[in-house]
Design a protein around this ligand. Structure first.
Ligand SMILES: Nc1ncnc2c1ncn2[C@@H]1O[C@H](COP(=O)(O)OP(=O)(O)OP(=O)(O)O)[C@@H](O)[C@H]1O
Length: 672
């Protein structure tokens, strides 16, 4: 069941609420927020008493990253989350977007349009801090491919291209349109430009709910302003489509950027120091200046307000900051005063929500066939340009092929050639295919991009598996054919083109199989080193149990013979290759190939070599289905595992970073 199905309606309550900020000296400022306006089909997001904890590495217990946060984001508004580095901005965004890490526990309520539900795959757009992009594509290719995937088929190709170009220009990337994104080993775009490409891709569909984690990092102040103003423009009504809800974490906005925010959520050590309207005007009557001023921390006249707010609540560099504030008050105490003042306000935030229906998955995309075609084409281009994907491997295979050809030159048909042919074929079926794990880092990169795009609902998992599989076929055919021909003809394996074709087909099936196996590993262990070790370990076991190093009748029964020998694809690869080679050959003393297969290699002769090949292709299909199954299961299981991982807060040991933080009341906790 999707997490969307867990919705529990809450009664529609007051549509208007007041935020009352009372200061420590009892002066009170009041402003009203009317949420009764026509929000159309926008997304109204509220969170109440939101806690996020992680296991504490050293002490037994949990560390609270977010401590009872309450707030809201409304359609047509831009909410900025600010605070010192490490205060929990990304964690808050992750919690709201339903993307917290598996080691975190969450409690509290998150309401979307008045209903309790977790945001799931494809319901929101989220530009995270890591730019998971296809590094070999140019800016225009990356955005245009994405436009083809995300925009509905009711739009023509030209319209999609125009939208892509317009968005690129909006993000000021027109001069970098034809520059490759670049990554490890190949410099392309700068960090700030990559950030803008990520934003472009998520802005293409003008999503109703957009999360941005530090969209301006790496940008100069002018670029930050232009990027933020384009983002802010999104929250206005756009061609009759409902207005957007935008939540962005941001470091040190200039006063011009600050002006673009409707609301500000100021965090310190996981606690809300201030939540409310954001006004850039440095006047006693405007928020949040009056809040800071009334609590004894007025913003100096010529200082950027956001600098002042952050400086007041940053305790990481205690001494410097105390000096900076002329030693007036220690930062810990300042935070304490502000937090208490915020919390003791009459009703520091009465967030009430609208009951305006469910949040649907992002609207129409390209249909399944278009997704498959676009993903195949994009992946094909990436494989072509990424030297590490296939080209480097092809070069090494050719060298290895020449090496094999010289070691096994002039095989002949004497009895010694029986062992030599067997060893050569074993090496080809095991080692050449084993080297497919060299492409693992590229598979992991593919998976990262897929994960981001899937979470943001760009396309379906099945289309991805299709695209990934079909784009690889021509390259695998090439790296089976060229080194295969060298290894086959130079040493003088069984004459006849039919035998060669079978040999290449079998090599192709094995390469495809190992690649499928490694994609399964990449989906489960998305880390270069552990993934490669896992893949190598699995294949090492299969090679050992494949019936060559220990002949089939000599394999120990538990595990090696049953089940490993029958599961290992090497069994079918060896059998097919050996039958293809030895059947029809005559050796010295009139020894025929069939006899060699039966007596020396202990092969099962009851079926033809084509059955072995068919089994291998069947295994490819099975492995790919397993890959798809894993992706889909992970998608479905994540919310369930999260729910299972969530335990009542009273069972955890809170390690309070701030003594004024109170744990949530049991009856207020909602477990995601
Ligand atoms: N999954 C996790 N496991 C353990 N600790 C975590 C986890 N997620 C976040 N943290 C910790 O929580 C704190 C807040 O992290 P977060 O990334 O939310 O901060 P931030 O305000 O976004 O910081 P920055 O501005 O530097 O990006 C940090 O100390 C971080 O180490």
């Amino acid at each position: 069941m999707s997490s969307l199905d867990h919705s529990i309606p809450v009664p529609a309550i007051s549509r208007a609420f007041e935020v009352v900020e009372s200061s420590s000296n009892n002066k009170t400022a009041t402003h009203s927020i009317n949420v009764n306006e026509d929000d159309g089909d926008g997304v109204f997001l509220t969170w109440q008493d939101l806690w996020v904890t992680v296991p504490d590495g050293q002490k037994k217990g949990n560390r609270s990253i977010l401590q009872g946060l309450t707030g809201y984001a409304r359609p047509g508004e831009l909410l900025a989350i600010m605070g010192p580095s490490g205060c929990g901005k990304s964690t808050l965004l992750d919690a709201l977007a339903g993307r917290l890490g598996s080691n975190t526990r969450q409690a509290g309520e998150i309401l979307i349009n008045g209903r309790k539900r977790a945001l799931a795959y494809g319901t929101s757009a989220y530009v995270t801090q890591d730019d998971a992009l296809i590094t070999t594509l140019t800016v225009s290719e990356a955005v245009y491919y994405s436009a083809q995937l995300q925009l509905p088929d009711t739009m023509t190709k030209l319209q999609k291209k125009e939208r892509a170009e317009m968005t690129i220009k909006e993000m000021g990337l027109q001069d970098a349109m034809n520059t490759r994104i670049g990554g490890w080993g190949a410099k392309g775009l700068s960090g700030g430009q990559k950030r803008r490409v990520s934003i472009c891709i998520e802005m293409l569909t003008r999503p109703k709910l957009l999360f941005l984690d530090e969209p301006t990092s790496g940008l100069d102040s002018a670029a930050s302003y232009y990027v933020m103003s384009r983002i802010a423009k999104l929250d206005q009504r756009d061609h009759g489509v409902g207005s957007r809800t935008i939540i962005a974490s941001i470091h040190q906005p200039s006063s011009e950027v600050f002006q673009l925010f409707h609301n500000l959520c100021l965090l310190s050590s996981g606690q809300t120091v201030y939540f409310g309207p954001a006004s850039a005007a440095n006047e006693a009557s405007s928020f949040p200046h009056n809040f800071f001023a009334l609590n004894g921390f007025p913003c100096p006249t010529l200082q950027n307000p956001s600098d002042h707010f952050l400086k007041t609540i940053n305790k990481d560099f205690q001494e410097d900051i105390e000096e900076g504030l002329a030693g007036v008050i220690p930062t810990e105490e300042a935070i304490d005063i502000l937090t208490k003042s915020y919390k003791s306000s009459d009703n520091y935030l009465q967030v009430r929500s609208q009951d305006s229906g469910a949040l649907e998955k992002k609207s129409a995309h390209a249909d399944f066939l278009t997704q498959c075609i676009v993903l195949t084409s994009r992946s094909f281009v990436n494989m072509y340009r990424d030297l590490g994907y296939y080209w480097f491997r092809l070069g090494v295979y050719v060298l290895l092929g020449i090496g094999l050809a010289t070691v096994f030159s002039n095989l002949g048909t004497d009895n010694n050639s029986i062992q030599a042919r067997g060893s050569l074929l074993m090496f080809v079926a095991s080692y050449l295919t084993f080297m497919t794990i060299g492409g693992f880092p590229s598979f992991v990169e593919d998976m990262k991009v897929f994960e981001r795009e899937r979470l943001n609902g760009h396309y379906g998992a099945t289309a991805f598996v299709f695209g990934n599989t079909f784009s690889a076929l021509p390259y695998l055919a090439l790296i089976s054919l060229i080194p295969g021909a060298i290894v086959y003809y130079l040493p003088g394996l069984h004459e006849g083109y039919q035998h060669f074709i079978y040999f290449v087909l079998l090599l192709f099936a094995c390469m495809l199989l190992v690649e499928s196996l490694m994609m399964i590993v990449a989906s489960l262990v998305p880390n270069y080193l552990t993934g490669i070790i896992t893949g190598a370990g699995i294949q090492g076991l299969m090679i050992l149990g494949g019936g060559f190093f220990r002949l089939p009748n000599d394999l120990p029964h538990p595990f090696w013979k049953y089940p490993l020998y029958y599961i290992a694809f090497h069994k079918y690869a060896y059998q097919g290759m050996f039958k293809n080679e030895f059947e029809g050959l005559k050796f010295d003393n009139n020894l025929d190939g069939e006899q060699v297969l039966r007596d020396k290699w202990q092969l099962q002769m009851g079926y033809s070599k084509w059955v072995d090949l068919a089994i291998l292709f069947g295994m490819v299909v099975f492995y790919r289905l397993v890959f798809l199954g894993i992706i889909k299961t992970v998608e479905k299981m994540k919310p369930v595992v999260k729910a299972f991982m969530s335990v009542p807060m009273k069972q955890t040991t809170q390690i309070m970073e701030n003594p004024c933080a109170t744990p949530p009341q049991e009856d207020k906790i909602f477990y995601q």
